[in-house]
Ligand binder design. Sequence first.
Ligand code: ADP
Ligand code: MG
Ligand code: MG
Length: 868
Amino acid sequence: TKFVYSFDEGNKDMRSLLGGKGANLAEMTNIGLPVPQGFTITTEACNDYYENDHKIRKEILDQIDEKLDQLEKEQGKTLGAEQNPLLVSVRSGAVFSMPGMMDTILNLGLNDTSIKGLIESTNNERFSYDSYRRFIQMFSDVAMEVPKYKFENVLERVKEEKGYKFDTELSIDDLKEIVVEFKNIYKKEVGEDFPQDPKKQLLLAIEAVFRSWNNPRAVVYRKLNDIANNLGTAVNIQSMVFGNMGTDSGTGVAFTRNPSTGENKLFGEYLINAQGEDVVAGIRTPQSIDTLKNDMPEMYNQFVEITQILEGHYKDMQDIEFTIEKGKLYILQTRNGKRTAKAAINVVVDLVNAGVIDKEEAIMRIEPGQLDQLLHPTFDQKALKSAELLAKGLPASPGAASGKVYFHADDVVEHAKLGEKTLLVRQETSPEDIEGMVSSEGILTARGGMTSHAAVVARGMGKCCVAGCGELRVDEAAKEIRVGDRVIKEGQFMSIDGSTGCVYLGSIEMTSVEVGGNFGVFMGWVDEIRDMKVRTNADNPRDAKKAIEFGAEGIGLCRTEHMFFEEERIPAVREMILADNVEDRVKALDKLLPFQREDFHGIFKAMDGRPCNIRLLDPPLHEFLPHEDSAIEELAKQMGIRPTELKKRVVDLDEFNPMLGHRGCRLAVTYPEICEMQARAIAQGAILAMKDGHKVVPEIMVPLIGTVNELKMLRPIIEEAVNSELEKAGVEMDYTVGTMIEIPRACVTADEIAEVADFFSFGTNDLTQMGFGYSRDDAGKFLGEYVDKGVLEKDPFQVLDQKGIGKLVEMAVKLGRGTNPELKLGICGEHGGEPSSVEFCYNQGLNYVSCSPFRVPIARLAVAQSTI
Ligand code: ADP
Ligand code: MG
Ligand code: MG
């Protein structure tokens, strides 16, 4: 097998073998861009290393040797030689980009003799020792796991002793001394001398990159982004170019467009006289790429030309690393740039308008889940005016957030678990902070630029982030922020606006977003292509209106009981529940009817001719009753009965297992008058809406059917109630009666049920609960571990389990349509807004999916992608 490829042997389509970085280095080599040459060790070699007991086999070692020889010949240099030494970087490169998640070593090949060669060939002693000390530190950290701070401490000490502010002030003698001290640290920590043999250095570095595939932050990142664990990483060995050779050198990162907004303008940063990681790590605050135009006009023009070539070649926004060595430009990496949802939409709409890609391509490029970001609230403008502005940083990732500040990722995770809204505040973030970033509402850093770690990762996650807020003095050890004469301590509220960079004291009210502009254009294309309907779950006219704005085409689930909890009606609800004979119950129901009628009237008006699926009462009745003694007493007083009597009734209604107890259609079977009242209220509400001039399309849904006999009994009751209302009003109306399919037995006997039902709506929350036998309310105790231990791939309450629960759905669809070809099918569980579950529903031939209003656009896009 071929395990090692020179850059000129690969291309961009070989990602799975060469990793993203390697494939693109090869592609850029092919199209003639100035890429420092090198070779790539494949992901297969990485997997082989893991299979072979963490050893690199001889066959692979030989291939590496051969490519190294070849590189040395081409470059006319020898790795680590005393004269004209070749130095290389050893760079990880996974198939999917995992920015900063794995480790890279620069300047490899330096040792006590090759440093002489480097000094001779570059005529730059300071630079040479600077490179050597960087190499020792990086190698020790990445390959030998010697903590970075041991080296940083030495550096800080020397700077302090000499009264320097910047690394660049270190003299040659300082650096020489630092190199000696660094080597001593190595010896003390590792137990042997710093390796002088360049081949040994190389081998240890390659193994370290292989190992870094499994470092904790890489594992967390993969889990978050659904990247498989068995892909492995490639390793790129590339000859070094130096951005730290003086003021005619530098290094930087740029996006071909603005990754926050999508604006078609070069966006990036660079540092003069610096090497690789300095820009991303936020160690010095870099300059905007625009100023390169004045600093080095020639370099700027060349770079701009290359960025245009790259964007044209990849037909997408690129994120490009470059280095300038003594007035010569090199490109070190390109990849499709991570971007916010807003930028993603603006970029694809732009590319379609420019004729670079077509609409289908545009639709496929947007991750449905990403739309979530766009639909999230921002600060209320009025509340913002009275908020106290503390400082301004860089608007690194848009959105707004308020939360209690914490200074360590662990603290954020811990407090977020307790349900607190938190902000992660750091001097600067590093990949170790990733879990804290996930758990927080937003991220605030004092140092680092727009391409700093915090900024890049936050944009990818859709978290809001303000970076490089230099006015804040963040003291992570004391857990406080000082700004002016203010001190903000851990646990206090702050607010950040990632679109403006503003940082405020206290928490600020939020508002919802507008959906127009390019988003509207894009969603228009989505709707042109999409061929399955998307509805919403909404219980009131307000949610229904919101959902229509988001493109909902009907209500897939209106839970009537949500209307019961309101203050004026709960007494009537309780009266109904506590009635011990039919007459009393009917009396209480009569009080409830006008409320329900108004609810339905409002919803029918809001939906204006779109179908409305209304579910009859579902939860166990005791949910509406108080359980604490004091509350029972109060209610008894209100009702004019004795507390003991009430208490007895409450205890009577208590169930051992309410989820499997007296609920759903079982209530209607035992108390038909409840079902009858609701049917009448629906009919009356619909009649009122019709009188207002609206079209109405009611669908009346009976929950929790387990046997066809339940529906056979309830359907006539519903029809009689509705028809008598219509007759009374002298109007005609089409309506349907159907069932929720959420009990496994209903799936298995769907052929029978479909003979009496006009529609099925899959209630996949309950179906998952009952299919797995996992109580929804208790599953939290074990599901997390099930997923961590790989017993389950995903939480089945979030992502439909297609294999098991999906099979029940499939069976119900086939059996149901078999006896009733007209049967209308939909889904109304949480899964209706989850992209992979939506695709499943599409493939089953459902008529619609239904989800919460904010997920409607996500579902629309997921349907369009399934259609393509
Ligand atoms: P990451 O995936 O974390 O970005 P990279 O492998 O891209 O890691 O490298 C880290 C930094 O080192 C980048 O800024 C990159 O441009 C720089 N770098 C990598 N290889 C070289 C090289 N051969 N010469 C100069 N700089 C390099
Ligand atoms: Mg990189
Ligand atoms: Mg249910």
